[in-house]
Design a protein around this ligand. Structure first.
Ligand SMILES: NC(=O)c1ccc[n+]([C@@H]2O[C@H](COP(=O)([O-])OP(=O)(O)OC[C@H]3O[C@@H](n4cnc5c(N)ncnc54)[C@H](O)[C@@H]3O)[C@@H](O)[C@H]2O)c1
Length: 372
C-alpha cells in the first residue's frame, strides 16, 4: 500500500512565502478541495484550466472534491496539443477570467500535462499581476519534471518556450493513479526524464531504476511512486539552490543539448521530447567517454536502460553533422560562440564543459554510423 509522500521545495533559504510542498498520493485528486482549504485557499471560487482529453477523464472528480469543500469552479478548456501553447490561447483565457470577474485571491488550478501546466502557470503569474497557482500534473513528464521548478510560459513562432515567467505554485498534488490512462508512448517519454535525474545526481537512484524498469513500465504503485518521489526530490533540491538557472540548474540540461537540436531538426513532429532526450543522453554519455571524462561502460548502462524503456538511442541516419552543428549553436548554453555540454564524470556526477567542433562531429559520426 502506497501512502502519502511529501517533498518540501525550499526557495530563498526557506522563505516561507514562496516555499511549498509537493504531495504524491494515490487518490489525492479527490481531496484537492480539502487541501486547498488547509492551505488557506478555500475561497468561494477557483479556475480550473485543462484540456478536453484530461478534463474528459478527471474533471468531474476534481469538481466534486472542490464543491465538497465549498469551492465553485470556472472551467477553462484549451484545445489539446503543443500547437495551442501560444499567446493567442493565453489571451482567450484572460478574456474568460476577466469576463467572470475572477479575483486576485482565487487560485488557478492546472489539471493536465506539461502544456497545460506551463500555460496555466503563465496565466497565474500574469493575471492581475499574479494569483495563487496549484498544479495537478497528469502526465509522467509533468509529475517528475515540468510541475517542479516554477518555469511557466508559451511558445513563440520563432521558438519554443520563448515567452514566460518564473512563477512558483502554492502546492503540487501528484496522483500517480492518473497515469493509468496515459498513452504508453507518453509514459516512456516521461521515464527518460526519470533516468536523467538518476544519471545527473544520484547513483543509487540510477541503480534503482535499472532494477525496477519493468515494474515502472507496468505502473507498479511502489515503483512508480518512488520514481516520482526521487525525481521530484532531486529536481526540487537543484531548483532550491538555483531557481533561475544561474548555475547548478543547468545540469538538468544533461542530454538536452543534442536532444533539442534533434527535436528542432525534425520540426518537433517526429520525436516526443523524452525520446529526443534519450538519444541526446546516450550521445552526451558517449561524448563524455570519448573525452576521457567517464567510462564507456556507463554510456552502455544508460543506453541499455533507455532501450529497456523502449526509447530510441540512435540518431536518425538522414540527419547530417552539418545541420546538427548549426542547430547546436542555438542552444542556450552556447557562450562566446562555443558549444557547452553537461557531461558525465560518473553516475550521479556531471560537469559543464566546452566541447570543440571536431569532438562534436566525431560523436555525431559515431552515433550515426552505429545506427547503420
Ligand atoms: N516548465 C518546465 O520546467 C518544463 C519542463 C519540461 C517540459 N515542459 C513542457 O511540457 C510540455 C510537454 O508536456 P507533456 O509531455 O506532459 O505533454 P502534454 O501536456 O501535451 O500531454 C501529452 C498528452 O497526454 C494527454 N494526457 C495528459 N494527461 C493524461 C492522462 N492522465 N491520461 C490520458 N491522457 C493524458 C494530453 O492531453 C496530451 O494529449 C512541453 O510544452 C514542454 O515545453 C516544461
Amino acid at each position: 500500500m502506497v501512502s502519502e509522500r511529501k517533498i518540501d521545495v525550499d526557495l530563498d533559504g526557506r522563505n516561507a512565502d514562496r516555499s511549498y510542498v509537493i504531495t504524491i498520493e494515490p487518490g489525492i485528486l479527490d481531496k484537492v478541495g480539502e487541501r486547498l482549504v488547509g492551505l488557506g485557499l478555500g475561497t468561494h471560487r477557483c479556475a480550473v484550466i485543462t484540456n478536453p482529453t484530461v478534463g474528459g477523464l478527471y474533471l468531474e472528480r476534481l469538481i466534486t472534491s472542490l464543491e465538497g469543500a465549498g469551492i465553485s469552479a470556472i472551467v477553462i478548456n484549451i484545445p489539446d496539443g503543443e500547437t495551442y501553447k501560444n499567446l493567442e490561447e493565453i489571451s482567450r483565457v484572460y478574456d474568460q477570467l476577466l469576463t467572470e470577474r475572477f479575483e486576485r485571491t482565487s487560485p488557478i488550478i492546472a489539471l493536465g500535462g506539461g502544456v497545460i501546466g506551463d500555460m496555466a502557470g503563465y496565466v497565474a503569474a500574469t493575471y492581475l499581476r499574479g494569483v495563487p497557482f496549484i498544479q495537478i500534473p497528469t502526465t509522467l513528464l509533468a509529475q517528475v519534471d515540468s510541475s517542479v521548478g516554477g518555469k511557466t510560459g508559451v511558445n513563440h513562432e520563432l521558438g519554443k518556450n520563448l515567452i514566460g515567467a518564473f512563477y512558483q505554485p502554492r502546492a503540487v498534488y501528484i496522483d500517480p493513479t492518473l497515469l493509468s490512462t496515459l498513452d504508453d508512448r507518453e509514459l516512456r517519454a516521461g521515464l527518460a526524464e526519470v533516468v536523467k535525474h538518476g544519471v545527473i545526481w544520484d547513483d543509487s537512484f540510477f541503480s534503482f531504476i535499472e532494477d525496477n524498469a519493468e515494474q515502472m513500465l507496468l505502473l507498479n504503485p511502489d515503483a512508480i511512486a518512488s520514481a516520482i518521489d526521487c525525481s521530484c526530490t532531486i529536481k526540487a533540491g537543484i531548483v532550491g539552490e538555483d531557481e533561475r538557472e544561474a548555475g547548478l540548474r543547468t545540469i538538468l540540461n544533461f542530454g538536452h543539448t543534442f536532444g533539442h537540436a534533434i527535436e528542432a531538426l525534425t520540426q518537433y513532429k517526429e520525436y516526443k521530447h523524452g525520446e529526443a532526450l534519450a538519444i541526446g543522453m546516450v550521445m552526451a554519455a558517449d561524448l563524455s567517454a570519448s573525452m576521457g571524462l567517464s567510462d564507456e561502460a556507463l554510456a552502455r548502462r544508460i543506453e541499455k536502460l533507455l532501450i529497456a524503456f523502449g526509447l530510441p538511442t540512435k540518431l536518425p541516419e538522414r540527419m547530417s553533422a552539418d545541420e546538427l552543428v548549426v542547430a547546436l549553436h542555438m542552444d542556450k548554453k552556447v557562450k562566446d560562440g562555443c558549444i557547452r555540454f553537461i557531461l558525465l564524470e560518473q553516475a550521479g556526477k556531471v560537469v559543464l564543459k566546452t566541447v570543440g567542433e571536431q569532438e562534436i562531429r566525431a560523436c555525431i559520426k559515431a552515433a550515426t554510423s552505429s545506427a547503420d
